[in-house]
Design a protein around this ligand. Structure first.
Ligand SMILES: Nc1ncnc2c1ncn2[C@@H]1O[C@H](COP(=O)(O)OP(=O)(O)OP(=O)(O)O)[C@@H](O)[C@H]1O
Ligand SMILES: [Mg+2]
Length: 334
């Protein structure tokens, strides 16, 4: 087995005497994975990133990042990782290009190396045309892409993204996902991201850790997390109500339960798509006629609800409105 890119064991951060922001989290991230921390406000996502990127020292526990202990060899870790923080860091009065050059300067990259690198990065995030414009004139999506470019300045093999699409509309969010996926596919990069958007975690992440009150409640692929809820539901309507085939349907491998409802059936299974043909065969073999069949997939929101007792969707909309208020206030101030 290849050594994990991140190996955190019992990682803990206590603020002051009592605030346990991160409470003994353990997980590993494999090379080339997109690993997501999904959780609500104040769950401890940013604090975890801060410890893994050596911005904050863990109170307890241990973390190896790219093979180096964050507490003992912070410089070795820093050289290998990139970070795109939750808050915007770019200077609004400078152009996009100058902002990236500044990032390179901060990393001590000489100009003769950084200038061609900056052009390459501008191309990757498709900001070449806007590169000379002041960042103050950029849209939210453009700003996020600029922050992404800054995070990539030192050719990291591991990139941390703290809420990469916070406050973006759905369409712009999808565009940012495209860049993130490209980093994995084209550059073999490992990505660690935090999010409280279910769709983001679902469509982007290979594996997700659901974090709540500083604890990891569950780790798995999106499919595994959803399967925990109890799997898919296949609803099938049959023209004839007799004979009752629930026993036969129940006998299909991977079917966990089958109940007759009216003249049809409600079948629970871990994999609806695989079971549908067998359900059809079973019913037809008895000379009966299927009139309708549908598969309902459990959503990640249901999985989240099951694990934490709360729905993330409500928080999502609360935060969206909070974000837009904040942007409006910032505009009013400037
Ligand atoms: N520097 C700090 N001093 C004291 N408490 C802090 C500090 N930073 C974070 N906290 C607290 O630690 C907890 C976790 O915060 P953190 O920022 O890690 O959450 P998060 O999951 O990133 O939340 P969000 O989704 O709002 O970004 C919160 O209760 C927060 O108030
Ligand atoms: Mg945060």
């Amino acid at each position: 087995m290849e050594e994990p890119v991140i190996d955190a064991q019992g990682l803990t951060k206590v603020f002051g005497e009592t605030v346990k922001a991160v409470d003994s989290v353990s997980f590993t991230v494999r090379k080339g994975e997109i690993f997501g921390f999904l959780g609500p406000n104040g769950a401890g996502k940013s604090t975890t990133i801060n410890m893994l990127t050596t911005v904050m020292r863990p109170t307890a526990g241990r973390a190896l990042v790219c093979g180096y202990d964050v507490a003992k060899h912070p410089m070795d870790v820093r050289r290998r990782v990139g970070v795109v923080p939750q808050e915007y860091t770019a200077d609004e009065d400078m152009s996009g290009r100058d902002n990236i050059v500044l990032c390179a300067d901060l990393y001590g990259i000489p100009r003769r190396e950084s200038v061609p690198r900056v052009n390459e990065l501008l191309q990757i995030v498709e900001l070449q045309d806007a590169a000379g414009r002041k960042v103050g004139t950029y849209s939210g999506g453009m700003r996020r892409r600029l922050e992404l470019a800054c995070g990539l300045i030192n050719y990291p093999s591991l990139l941390f993204l703290d809420e990469p699409t916070l406050g973006l509309d759905v369409q712009t969010r999808t565009a940012v996902w495209k860049y993130i996926r490209a980093l994995k596919v084209e550059y073999g990069m490992t990505l660690f991201l935090t999010t409280h958007y279910l769709e983001e975690a679902d469509s982007l992440c290979d594996r997700i850790a659901i974090i709540d009150h500083g604890h990891i409640v569950q780790i798995g692929t999106p499919a595994q997390l959803k399967a925990n809820v109890g799997g898919d539901v296949v609803e099938v309507s049959v023209q004839e109500s007799q004979p009752d085939l629930s026993t036969e349907l129940q006998a299909i491998p991977m079917v966990s339960s089958a109940k007759q409802v009216g003249s049809g059936y409600r079948v629970k299974t871990e994999s609806g798509d695989e079971v549908v043909p067998q359900i059809m065969d079973t019913i037809r073999a008895k000379g009966l006629h299927v009139t309708r069949i549908s598969v309902t997939k459990p959503s990640l929101d249901e999985a989240y609800l099951e694990l934490t007792g709360r729905s993330l969707r409500e928080e999502e909309s609360d935060r969206m409105s909070m974000m837009s208020q904040r942007i409006t206030m910032r505009r009013a101030r400037s």
